[in-house]
Design a protein around this ligand. Structure first.
Ligand code: CP
Length: 379
């Protein structure tokens, strides 16, 4: 079975079976990172660009490790050390990279929709490494894998996301992934940080963190994203910690052991106390370890390799992908030609320009690839 997508833009786009296929494909890849020589040849000859418009430690480094452990050639591009700093648009940057014959782009961007915008315009596979407040699909996948590792299942598990749900792309990817795999999902945080429409997705809203702790099997504690907040949405970080902070004192009243996840980076003493972050129920570093295997699985599947052959790939066998590049069926994103058509040009460049500006101002619910700007770029 092949993965029927050109790109990975969000877990909203994937079926339950596809999410499970990524998790299952991750399993054999875990062992590669435990070897003395952490390398198999499966992506030999592939060229992958990591294009990061926002800071990152875990995602950028684990994508790079995943690429190198599968023997791909990789290039890292950051905003400060490239012509992006001179004002080059997202599309122009991507087209110039395409001209050097790349195969995949991993992109993090402050504007929601930037990866989709790119995926619709370049033939390379595009992987969303976090876009604005929209999605962070590989983070959602590694969170699912970690829950499955520790609890043995996801179906029926009660997971509560605690914190800044409004600005969190991690929350969105978790919610889509968990609901599709049959978990019971809740959110908890200040009302100003909970999107009003969230209950419509089948997500329970907890007003008090004590109620969430009383019912949850898993707490996924999210960072307070001060950089994405335009207004003061709660009185102070100290007040936030007092009302919603996850402490051992609060967890000690739980009727069962609770698995503690955090996507990082953590604000210790704000959303999570150090004694919890470093405590026996925290699996935060296991999440980071799983991130490499999940990203290896995503790269492998988007390259067109069969889900069922991941164990052969792990053993170092070399074989061709099932699909020739560009022939993935049923992809959510059409594969554009290498030759840019007449639809590109000024409007597209303008949309990219505004997206860059949005990202430079701190991103937020961003606009590249969504709404009017994209419509303008398409027409
Ligand atoms: N979890 C996560 O996205 O961390 P980074 O910002 O360090 O990549």
């Amino acid at each position: 079975m092949r993965f029927a997508h050109k790109d990975l833009l969000g877990l909203e786009d994937l079926t339950r079976g596809e999410i499970t296929a990524v998790l299952d494909t991750s399993e054999p890849f875990k062992e590669i990172s435990e070897r003395r020589i952490k390398k198999v040849p499966v992506l030999r000859g592939k060229t992958i660009v990591n294009l990061f418009y926002e800071p990152s430690t875990r995602t950028r480094v684990s994508f790079e490790f995943a690429e190198k452990r599968l023997s791909a050639d990789t290039v890292n591009i950051s905003t400060t050390m490239s012509s992006i700093a001179k004002g080059e648009t997202l599309v122009d940057t991507a087209r110039n990279l395409e001209a050097m014959r790349i195969d995949m782009v991993v992109i993090r961007h402050g504007a929601s929709g930037a990866p989709r915008f790119l995926a619709e315009r370049i033939p390379s596979n595009v992987i969303n490494a976090g876009d604005g407040s929209h999605e962070h699909p590989t983070q959602g996948l590694l969170d699912l894998l970690t829950i499955r590792d520790f609890l043995g299942r996801i179906e029926g598990v009660r997971v509560v996301l605690v914190g800044d749900i409004l600005h969190s792309r991690v929350a969105r990817s978790n919610i889509w992934g968990l609901l599709k795999l049959g978990a019971e999902v809740g959110v908890c945080g200040p009302p100003s940080l909970i999107p009003p429409e969230i209950e419509g997705l089948g997500v329970r809203v907890y007003r008090h963190v004590e109620d969430a702790i009383a019912e949850a099997d898993v707490l996924n504690v999210l960072r307070i994203q001060l950089e994405r907040q335009k207004a003061n949405l709660f009185p102070s970080l100290r007040e936030y910690n007092r009302i919603f902070g996850i402490s051992n004192a609060r967890l000690s009243r739980a009727p069962r052991d609770i698995l503690i996840l955090h996507p990082g980076p953590m604000n210790r003493g704000v959303e999570i106390d150090s004694d919890v972050a470093d405590g026996e129920h925290a699996v935060i570093l296991d999440q980071v370890t799983n991130g490499v295997a999940v990203r290896m699985a995503v790269l492998y599947l988007l390259a067109g390799f069969d889900v069922t052959r991941a164990r052969e790939a792990k053993e170092g066998l070399e074989f061709e992908p099932e699909a020739a590049r560009g022939s993935a069926k049923g992809s959510g994103t059409p594969r554009p030609s290498r030759q840019p058509g007449p639809a590109g040009g000024a409007a597209e460049a303008r949309a990219g320009e505004r997206g860059r500006d949005t990202a430079a101002k701190g991103g937020d619910r961003g606009e590249v690839g969504s709404g009017a700007e994209l419509e303008e770029a398409r027409t």
